[in-house]
Design a protein around this ligand. Sequence first.
Ligand code: 5GP
Length: 125
Amino acid sequence: MPVDGTGAYDPQNVFARILRGELPCRKVYEDEYALAFHDIAPKAPIHVLVIPKGAYISFADFSAQASEAEIAGFIRAVGKVARDLGLEAPGYRLVSNTGIEGGQEVPHFHVHLFGGRPLGAMLPG
Ligand code: 5GP
């Protein structure tokens, strides 16, 4: 069920619980600014989620409210994860679903990192 990306942050969302260690994840990378882990329902041979450690609902929220250090740290973490997974040469795709029409389901900002096969058309239909 898509969520509104503009309301108050829900500290009980599933990614907040993963960040607090209350739920498990298959961790790929972690630093001061970001955590990366495998998606529970992968849509490609490599499907990793990268999330900031701060409490931001969506890309809209993160891009407007996060500090320069958080934004730079997060973007560098996404690039590092892709590089470390060997995806730079073959290429990969980043997606961040935002809000209702974007199809966002978890209200903690995240970037999907897809790779491991030719990814085809950007959007279905
Ligand atoms: P969204 O639609 O919000 O962009 O994507 C949310 C993603 O989170 C989905 O791809 C979904 O499979 C993934 N997801 C939902 N719950 C969990 C979970 O508990 N663990 C992991 N690893 N991924 C989850």
